[in-house]
Structures are given as C-alpha cells and as structure tokens.
Design a protein. Sequence first.
Length: 384
Amino acid sequence: MFATRTQWNLNSNRLAKTLEEVRARGGELLDLTASNPTECGFQYDGASILKALITPAVLKYHPDPRGLQSARLAVQNYYEQRGQRVRPEDLILTTSTSEAYSFAFRLLCNPGEEVLVPTPSYPLFDFLAEIQDVKLVRYPLVYDHGWQIDFHSLEAAITPRTRGVIVVHPNNPTGHFTKAGEISKLNQVCTAHDLAIIADEVFLDFSLNSEHAGSFTANQSVLTLTMSGLSKISGLPQMKFSWLAINGPVNKKTEALARLEVIADTFLSMNAAIQAAAPTLVAQRHGFQQQLMARVRGNLAELDKQLSEQKSCTRLEIEGGWYSVIRVPVMRSDEELALELLEEGVYLHPGHFYDFPGEGYLVVSLITREREFAEGIEKLLAHF
C-alpha cells in the first residue's frame, strides 16, 4: 500500500548502532560531528528574539505565496549589506532549504528527469530528490592543491533528461567556493544544454578570508535559483526561515517566478510569527557569525598545530564553512576506522558518508566546543 519512493532501508547503519551502544554504556564521548549551533555554546540575544516573536501582527492572516513583503525586505537588506542586489519580488520564502530544493525540483523536473549533483557533498540530496521522483547524477569535484569542478565529467554526465546542475557554494564538507572562472564555464555548459543552476549558499557567509565571497544571485547568464536561510547564517535552525532568489534571463526568470508562486501558494507553509520576526532574526547573524568564526579559526589552528606534530595525517585545504576533511593512512575502510574510534570515545564521520573517492577521509566539525575538539583530535591522531 506504500509508494516505492519511500521504500527505504530504515535499519540503523553500523555507526549509528555502535553510537547508541557507546552512549548507553556511559562515559565520555568526544563528539566531532557537532552541527547544531544552538547546542555548541554560542550566545544568542534571547530577549530580542523572543520580543520579535510576540507581536500583534501574528493575529491577522495576510497570505502571500512569495512571503510577506516585510520578511522579503529583510532578505533584500541582508544581500545589500553584502554588496549584492536582490529585489523582494525575485524572492520566494520557504520553511527550509529542503523545501526550497523541493520547489526547485518540482519547477524543473518531470518524474524521472535528472539533476547533476557534486560529489563529495552532503548526503541529504538523495532523499530530497527521491521524494520528488527526481534522479540525481553525480559529477566529481577533484582535489589538486584545492578543490575544483571536473567539467569534462560534468559534461559527460549530461543527457537529454538533465534539467539542472546543483552547486554548493561553499561546498559541504570540502569547504571550497566555486571560482569565477568555474561559474563562467558552468554558464557556458548550462546555456548550451538549456539547464538551470541550483545554488546552495547556506554557508556563504563563513569564509575564512576577510572578504565576502560572491553570490550566485548576481548570475544573469542562465536561470539560477539561489537558496539560503537562517539555519546557518544566523545559527537558528529551529526558526525554519529560508528562501529562493531567482535570477537569469528576463523571460526565464519571469516564467520561473510565476510557476514557483503557484507551487508556494499551494502549500503556504511560511507562518506569520517567523515572517514578522524576520528583520530581527536576520540581524542576529552579526553577533552569531563573529562567535562562530572565532570558534572555527581557533579549532582550525588547534588542528594544524596537532597535525604539525606528527607525519601520518594531513588536512585538505578549506576556504569556508564549518567542516574540515582529514586525510588519514588507509589501513582499513573509513567506516571500520570510524567504528574503532567510536569505541575509543571519539565520534566523527567517515568520508563515504559524503561520497569521497576512495578510503582515507574523515570529516570533523569545526564548531565543536574547543576543549572537546582538542581532546578528540588528540585521540584521533594517537590512533595512528
């Protein structure tokens, strides 16, 4: 009686089962996978957030499929402060970037059609696509003193059923930004094959360089759907406020916005309280990002210090985001190594979670609390 698209293997994998057993036994567990900023010791302006959520505006219903104008103006202001121009009428508000992906897939793809997705990258894409009856086709990112798109493989992956290319900017977990030359080449490829770009920029603000990274919201060459939200930029995943910014050639942008408005109007999933609080919630990013980047830089310095004291492990270059990829000697599979480390009290993610090419990759979170991070890395490196 159930749809085949939900016929997943719901059994826990070996790492999840072992994690549950280790936690049940008690004792210290050094968690190097931390991804929930609200549980990482950052300070929030709780009074301002709560005040913004308590407003008479939430007592009236003014449905707008694109999202309330005041909330979209808050997003426009966010981009203006980054030196980028995004008009409120080019925005569609969503409850999450997952919902933004579902809107994009519904806009671009009939059942069984394809979207290209980078690898390594975040594993959630498989579920998002499968639920929408979309097929993902992977194109590789290659590492050579930094990450870059393998355009030969990307073009070879395009078929008559391909409808778009996902770009994660910066990528999770590799932490690299798409360079200007790659964007130009990507535009050429997408123009030649009439493809859209779906740009995921949830980590855009977290650059390790002093300058802001450019946004795909400035891309006018092809239809481009750019997404972000409060989950990362303000460290407020519980607030469920994200968006799609639509740009590109005028005729395609106009058609895309009209169709997206119907999709959004069908669900009207954004709630009034969060939209009314949007200006305050978006503004929370300033204090949060200062704290988070200090944590990231501090943990990265600690990682480099400990790596310099041994010769068996290295880390790959990182330009932004919250994660670091550690290259380790290949003596067993990454999963077996992660299981061994878990039994020793260190929890991290094996590279195969993110479709890394081959073994010897471990992924750690740089927003882990400092003491826990330092001790976890020390135990990890002692393993070798």
